[in-house]
Design a protein around this ligand. Structure first.
Ligand SMILES: Nc1ncnc2c1ncn2[C@@H]1O[C@H](COP(=O)(O)OP(=O)(O)O)[C@@H](O)[C@H]1O
Ligand SMILES: [Mg+2]
Length: 243
């Protein structure tokens, strides 16, 4: 579904991502872990064209993805969330989701004006019901709690109909009740045939939902294996504990 080859990015003298390669399988949930500063978020930025890569190649469904605008990737079927939430606080929950549903990204402002809100409202309500947010349809997104905003950000990605979904720390700072909703949402996406790549520090959560785990250390690929194998891998423990 996604193949990364020797992806590299330097910030000044820092190799944030260095010759990073991996593959992920369709309809799998793959976890991406590594100590703080390992380069996970930068890798997401390179894959989704939010940052230009220095070197390396990205293949999506065997198609070479060129360095181009991030929005063009959404059109191809790759969408992501951000470690720091990026919803539109002054727009309503409904408007935030409508924006994600307008598919004419080359003509985005025009297409936004042309959306038939009534037609889309049914689908939006369906999305909101899945995460118990239906009563916030007309609420300003800025008034949502932190956990609710994170859910909205994931829903926005779902609303784009992307096949490959990249989530950057969906569980961070989320309370246990909300965490179960995030988990249900992610597992539901897999059931619908989606492929997910998930960065997360909450290990019990990530190990519980993932089919495979990729470990990154100092910008580099360390290993990729089943969750139960990764948890027992001395290399991984060393990466986290510093030997
Ligand atoms: N925009 C940037 N400018 C300079 N350095 C950056 C930038 N983004 C990330 N870095 C550095 O790259 C390294 C990897 O960061 P990051 O990808 O955020 O790691 P992770 O998500 O695994 O915690 C860190 O050393 C970080 O300080
Ligand atoms: Mg990060």
């Amino acid at each position: 579904m996604l193949k990364i080859q020797e992806l590299s990015k330097k910030f000044g003298g820092v190799h944030a991502v260095e010759k990073f390669s991996f593959e992920i399988k369709p309809n799998h949930i793959t976890g991406l872990i590594g100590p703080n500063g390992a380069g996970k978020t930068t890798a997401f930025n390179l894959i989704t064209n939010f940052l230009p890569r220095d070197k390396g190649e990205v293949f999506y469904k065997e198609e070479l993805i060129k360095k181009s605008s991030a929005y063009k990737l959404v059109k191809k079927g790759i969408a992501r969330t951000f470690q720091q939430i990026r919803i539109f606080p002054e727009l309503t929950v409904k408007e935030n989701l409508l924006l994600a549903m307008s598919h004419d990204y080359d003509n985005w402002w025009n297409s936004f004006g042309n959306i038939d809100e009534n037609l889309e409202e049914e689908r939006i309500m369906e999305l909101l019901k899945e995460v118990n947010l239906e009563k916030y349809l007309e609420e300003k997104a800025g008034n949502l709690s932190y956990g609710q905003s994170k859910l909205l950000e994931i829903l926005r990605v779902v609303a784009t109909n992307a096949d490959l979904i990249l989530l950057d720390e969906p569980a961070a700072g989320v309370n246990p009740t909300m965490l179960r909703i995030v988990e249900k949402l992610i597992l539901g996406l897999k059931e619908k045939g989606k492929t997910l790549l998930v960065i997360e520090h909450n290990m019990p959560f990530l190990m519980g939902i993932s089919d495979e785990i990729i470990v990154m250390e100092s910008g580099k690929f360390l290993c990729q294996d089943l969750p139960e194998k990764v948890q027992k891998d001395p290399k991984v423990l060393e990466a986290y504990l510093g030997g």
